[in-house]
Ligand binder design. Structure first.
Ligand code: DX5
Ligand code: ZN
Length: 224
C-alpha cells in the first residue's frame, strides 16, 4: 500500500547519546526520512548540532537527511552542510537578506532547496521563489524547542500556500513542523501538506514502527 504522506521524525526528540542507533531504529521501522534540526543559539535560543555530527551520521545511515537550518545567515555554511551529507537544505526566510541566492546555491551544490517560514511570516516571502523550491516548510510553532502546541492559524496558512502553488501549476512539497500529532494529521493533509515532521509525538511513543503505522492509520481513516 502506498504511504499516504512522508513522515520525517525530528531527531531533536531522540536520545542524543545514541544518535546512530536511533537512525538504525528508524530505518528498521520503515522510515525513509529524518529531520535534522540545526540551531545556533542566535536565530533561535537553543543550540543543537552541526556539520561534524551530521557527517558521522551520514556514514552510518541511508535515510534521507532533511536538514532544517535554524541559523543566522545560513549562506555561510551551505557547502559544509552539503559536504556533511544533507540531502535537502531548508533555510529560514527570516535568517538571510539574500534568500534567492541561498536557494540557488543549495541547488548548485546538488541538494534539494527549501525555505522555512516562521508562523507570523507571510507567504509572500516565498511567492516568487516557488518555481525554484523543492519544498516550503510552514513552521506551526515558533522554532527552538520540541514539544510545543500547534498554532491554529497555521492551518489556514497551509491551505493558502497549497492554493498559491496550485495556481502556478507547481508541485512544490509543503512540510509542516511543530506540534504535529496523529490527531491533527488528517486536517494537515486535507489542507495540502504532504510532508509532516514529528518530534515529541513520534519519539515519545516507541516502538517506532508501530508509531509510524498509527500516523498512517490516522491519515487513511480520514480519507476513506
Ligand atoms: C522546532 C523544530 C522541530 C521540533 C518539532 O524548532 O524545528 O522540528 O523538533 O518538535 P515537536 O514535533 O515536538 O513539536
Ligand atoms: Zn524542524
Amino acid at each position: 500500500m502506498k504511504e499516504p504522506f512522508i513522515l520525517s521524525p525530528s531527531l531533536l526528540s531522540a536520545d542524543f547519546g545514541r544518535l546512530a542507533e536511533e537512525l538504525d531504529a528508524l530505518e528498521d521501522a520503515g522510515l525513509t526520512w529524518v529531520h535534522l534540526d540545526v540551531m545556533d543559539g542566535l536565530f533561535v535560543p537553543n543550540i543543537t548540532f552541526g556539520p561534524p555530527i551530521i557527517k558521522r551520521l551520514r556514514q552510518k545511515s541511508r535515510l534521507f537527511f532533511d536538514t532544517h537550518l535554524m541559523i543566522e545567515r545560513p549562506e555561510r555554511y551551505l557547502a559544509e552542510f552539503r559536504d556533511a551529507g544533507a540531502d535537502l537544505i531548508c533555510v529560514h526566510a527570516e535568517a538571510t537578506a539574500h534568500l534567492e541566492r541561498a536557494c540557488a546555491e543549495i541547488a548548485r551544490l546538488g541538494a534539494r532547496p527549501a525555505v522555512a517560514l516562521n508562523p507570523a511570516t507571510p507567504l509572500s516571502a516565498v511567492e516568487y521563489l516557488l518555481p525554484q523550491l523543492d519544498m516550503v516548510l510552514v513552521m506551526s510553532v515558533n522554532p527552538g524547542f520540541g514539544g510545543q502546541s500547534f498554532i491554529p492559524f497555521c492551518m489556514d496558512k497551509i491551505r493558502d500556500l497549497r492554493a498559491m502553488i496550485r495556481k502556478r501549476g507547481l508541485v512544490t512539497h509543503i512540510q509542516v513542523d511543530g506540534g504535529v500529532t496523529p490527531d491533527n494529521t488528517p486536517a494537515l493533509l486535507a489542507a495540502g501538506a504532504d510532508i509532516l515532521v514529528s518530534g515529541s509525538a513520534f519519539f515519545g511513543h516507541p516502538p517506532y514502527g508501530e508509531r509510524l503505522r498509527t500516523f498512517y492509520a490516522a491519515a487513511r481513516a480520514e480519507s476513506t
